[in-house]
Write a protein that binds this ligand. Structure first.
Ligand SMILES: Cc1ncc(COP(=O)(O)O)c(C=O)c1O
Length: 458
């Protein structure tokens, strides 16, 4: 039973360096929240057509983040991303977007019928992609002058931020709207030590997952509009299509009070910023895996970095770093891959949690000391989640509607994919519907352990 498992898991006292951002800290989580589980009534307003309580709460969130209008999302950024894209691009409209996006952005193309024009952020050797390069976007407008929107992920899952100001300028000069998946940047507006939020840099629509980097409940998120370029009415239409008609008041009220607290209780973010800085310094001096940091700025489209993400690399593979930290130091990371491991932090983190991380990094360093660099490196060769350029033969919507069959992965080169295949996290599809499968994709799919894939029966 899930309940029993979770009870025993919590008793293991493993410190969460992962989502949700409340980290089970009683300062942000309490039982009273549970009793706020009501439904839409004449007194409690309505998320689809807010006119009272929820409308006022939306205004308070907008004020806190600096938007012109905001709305709660009660099933994560996924719903906001789908609505933002579908509300901005219709059937056969072109959208310039980075291909290393979360699957929700590609799902939006199935719903809207829009055609992607991809940019491909360069990868770092550790195995993750950089930011969206403004000059690549500008160049694509020359060949696709009618593109209606630009969609980028900033920050990325690893916390890499793109040059939003330049990208928004280019998008607007070409008559397009800029939609930013800032799911991992909900904390940006609340402390100057983090990158500037996309809303302050010209983005038209921004989607934030409060539950990822802030102390909010899982699925708590919000969508924001700035200016009048985006078709907010159409976006709201799609929000009603993809969101539940029974929104959780627990989520909405916790999101609203979180934003209020972050605005009024400045010490929450101040103490987070100083704990984080202290922990980063201690990790850097611990003689274990390094933190990948500001040296990435200026490379591969990276304009800025979120220090809230602690990317550990070196000394051991990412998998081993994660395993040792969990099994020997009771600190569970958000994810690991061959080339790196990722700790997610939030304002709900406490010193004792950071201490475990620092001790663990020091322990890994000590364990590996004395081994030759060659023997440390031989067992791990970083790979990217994402396998490079794709060959789009059909729109995603066309492909999903095709009759399909299963094919052996190793024999599927050249076949048209009709499914999303992604590792979670980070949820970036290695292959998506409509793509003629390349050799690179097939290798990546088989490394994921897939034996068969769904392809079009043409
Ligand atoms: C970059 C990015 N965008 C969007 C999402 C979707 O967010 P949510 O889980 O809030 O629906 C994720 C989820 O991990 C993500 O990593």
């Amino acid at each position: 039973m899930i309940e029993l498992f979770l009870d025993s898991y919590l008793k293991m006292d493993i410190y969460p360096f992962h989502m949700p951002g409340h980290k089970r800290n009683p300062k942000f989580l309490n039982e009273a929240m549970l009793f706020r589980d009501v439904t839409e009534l004449s007194h409690t307003d309505n998320l689809y057509e807010p006119s009272g309580l929820i409308k006022e709460a939306h205004k308070r969130v907008a004020l806190a983040v600096g938007s012109d209008e905001s709305a709660f999302l009660t099933n994560g950024s996924t719903s906001g991303i789908i609505a933002a894209i579908a509300g901005s691009c219709g059937e056969n409209d072109e959208i310039i977007m980075s291909r290393n996006c979360h699957r929700s952005a590609l799902s939006a193309l199935v719903i809207s019928g829009a055609k992607p024009v991809y940019i491909y952020p360069e990868s770092f050797s550790f195995g993750f992609c950089g930011g969206a390069d403004p000059s690549q976007i500008a160049a694509l407008f020359t060949s696709h002058p009618k593109a209606k929107a630009v969609f980028i992920t900033s920050p990325t899952y690893e916390g890499l931020v793109s040059d939003i100001a330049s990208i928004s300028k280019t998008a607007h000069e070409n008559g397009a709207v800029l939609i930013v998946d800032e799911a991992h940047g909900a904390h940006f507006p609340f402390h100057a030590c983090f990158p500037k939020p996309a809303l302050a840099l010209g983005a038209d629509i921004v989607v934030n997952s409060a539950h990822k980097t802030l102390p909010a409940l899982t699925q708590a998120a919000a969508i924001h509009r700035k200016g009048l370029r985006a078709d907010w009415e159409k976006i709201k239409f799609y929000l009603k299509a993809v969101q539940t008609s029974s929104p959780s008041y627990i989520l909405m009220s916790s999101t609203e009070s979180l934003y209020r607290r972050l605005t009024e209780e400045r010490d929450i973010m101040n103490s987070y910023a100083s704990l984080l800085e202290e922990a980063r310094e201690a990790i850097e001096g611990a003689g274990g895996p390094n933190i990948l940091g500001r040296e990435l700025i200026g490379k591969n489209g990276v304009f800025d970095m979120d220090s809230g993400k602690i990317i550990l690399a070196g000394v051991a593979s990412g998998f081993e770093i994660e395993r040792i930290l969990r099994d020997e130091y009771k600190a569970q990371l958000e994810m690991s891959s061959v080339g790196y491991a990722l700790a997610m932090t939030s304002p709900a983190d406490v010193k004792a949690g950071f201490d475990r991380l620092v001790d663990g990094v020091r322990g890994i360093g000590a364990k590996k000391a004395g081994k030759s660099a060659a023997s440390q490196a031989e067992s791990w060769q970083p790979e990217s989640f994402f396998s490079g350029k794709v060959d789009s033969a059909f729109t995603l919507r066309e492909a999903v509607a095709m009759p399909s069959e299963e094919a052996c992965v190793l024999e599927s080169e050249g076949r048209i994919c009709v499914e999303f295949y992604a590792e979670h996290p980070p949820g970036i599809p290695v292959a998506a519907p409509g793509e003629r499968l390349t050799r690179g994709q097939i290798l990546a799919l088989s490394k994921m352990g897939l034996g068969k894939v769904k392809v079009a029966r043409l």
